[in-house]
Design a protein around this ligand. Structure first.
Ligand code: TPP
Length: 422
């Protein structure tokens, strides 16, 4: 009888740690009440307005930073795009005395926490320091070594309990980082010590470009919590209100640690949004998505509007460009989609355009590799072709090659012989 009772209470305790089967949601994609609020409650109007305001500012900052990285003015900028709701919801949910432990991908959370934009970008410009005073904002430097920030967060939170200070640490991590040994150690000790930590896993589906299924077999990342004895939540990561409510409740609960039995929470947000892995994923998804059904022709990718805009080109050279790609690939037909990457040198004098060209080629190598990995992952055939005839491109578009010239080509297709290409 006693054993049965013990088993039953163990089961009840375990059940209380489990995440919901489907993501909790307070507001759906159309702005209506979500149909799975679970134990979350909708924040008040002031908080909702603040979440929206911060997301608008965050998106503007993110687009500008992405442009600066593509211009070579930042060393790198891992975009927060599509993770806006997660990062803003989580950062706004923290109290003044709490600490944020962000990764390289969490610049929007850092900005939302109050760090000025130019200070947020210092590290990503290549400086040796993070540009801001972590103690002033209670934001640790953005961490590039994966998952090490989870241990820092547990250390700070545990120290706070030893010092009897009311502080909670929020560690942000990606889906890939959950496969790191450091995450295991952090979750384990956070649970054993009942440290006031919240782990927020932002699942964007890829560890840069490695898909989730290739690095974990867990049914959801929230399911990882129970093995450590950590209460876990599964949240819709596109719902800022739900992320806010979940993190806020977890902060309050973590804060009641010790005899009251608080401790860590693992929150897993799902973000079904095709961007955020590497810098150029969006362009590839766009090419695949928007090419479907387009008339054959030459299109310019308008980054601002995320659209393909048709431009008039000379047909014989266009034809020759496609034939050149077919020849370079050793294919039996012209590619269904041929992406020509062109660099614009219009503000550089001809004397320096060759230096600019050499620098750009380095980036193009990375870009082609990303396109290849993304294409094969979504079941398409991809072939990097490199730079083809500059003269041909110049004649086709009417642009001098020291104004704008091709720096790489990438063919994309479904492996069926087709006459249509764009
Ligand atoms: C300890 C460590 N190992 C490997 C890397 C190389 N690396 C950089 S990003 C990355 C994938 C990270 O995936 P995820 O946590 O899902 O973040 P996201 O894809 O959102 O950037 C890897 C393996 C690293 N930075 N640190």
């Amino acid at each position: 009888m006693k054993t049965q009772y013990a088993r039953r209470s163990q089961a009840t305790a375990a059940d209380s740690l489990l995440p919901s089967a489907t993501p909790l949601q307070l507001i759906d994609a159309d702005g209506h009440p979500g149909d799975n609020p679970g134990s979350l409650s909708l924040p008040g109007p002031d908080v909702l307005v603040e979440l929206h305001r911060r997301m608008v500012l965050g998106r503007r900052f993110d687009s500008q930073s992405t442009a600066l990285a593509k211009q070579g003015r930042l060393a790198v900028y891992p975009s927060s795009r599509g993770q806006d709701a997660c990062q803003v919801g989580a950062a706004v949910a923290l109290r003044r005395q709490d600490w944020l432990f962000p990764t390289y991908r969490d610049s929007m959370a850092v900005l939302t926490r109050g760090v000025p934009a130019e200070e947020t970008l210092t590290l990503l410009r290549g400086d040796w320091h993070c540009g801001y005073d972590p103690y002033q904002y209670r934001v640790a430097p953005q961490c590039t070594p994966l998952a090490t920030n989870t241990l820092h967060a547990v250390g700070l939170a545990y120290a706070a309990t030893l010092k009897n200070e009311d502080q909670v640490a929020l560690a942000l991590l990606g889906d890939g980082a959950t496969s790191e040994g450091d995450t295991h150690e952090a979750l384990n000790f956070a649970a054993v010590w009942k440290a006031p930590v919240v782990f927020l896993v932002q699942n964007n589906g890829y560890a840069i470009s490695v898909p989730l299924a290739k690095q974990t077999a867990a049914p959801t990342l929230a399911a990882k919590g129970i093995g450590y004895g950590i209460r876990s939540l599964l949240i819709d990561g596109n719902d800022a209100a739900a992320v806010y409510a979940a993190v806020r409740a977890s902060v309050e609960r973590a804060n009641a640690s010790g005899a009251a039995g608080g401790g860590p929470t693992l929150t897993h947000t799902i973000r079904p949004y095709p961007s955020g892995g590497a810098s150029y994923e969006l362009e590839l998804y766009l090419a695949v998505d928007k090419c479907e059904g387009l008339p054959r022709g030459f299109y310019h990718y308008d980054a601002g509007g995320h659209t393909l805009v048709r431009i008039e080109v000379r047909e014989p050279e266009f034809e020759a460009l496609l034939k050149g790609a077919e020849f370079a690939m050793g294919a039996s037909a012209v590619p269904q989609i041929l992406i020509t990457i062109a660099a614009r040198f219009s503000r550089v004098s001809w004397k320096y355009s060759s230096i600019a060209y050499a620098l750009i080629l380095k980036d193009v190598g990375v870009l082609l590799q990303t396109l290849y990995m993304m294409a094969t992952d979504i079941g398409l055939g991809g072939c990097a072709i490199g730079t083809t005839n500059i003269d041909l491109f110049a004649k086709m578009t009417g642009l001098e090659f020291h104004v704008e010239g091709p720096v790489g080509q990438f063919a994309l297709g479904r492996g069926v012989k087709s006459e249509s290409s764009c």
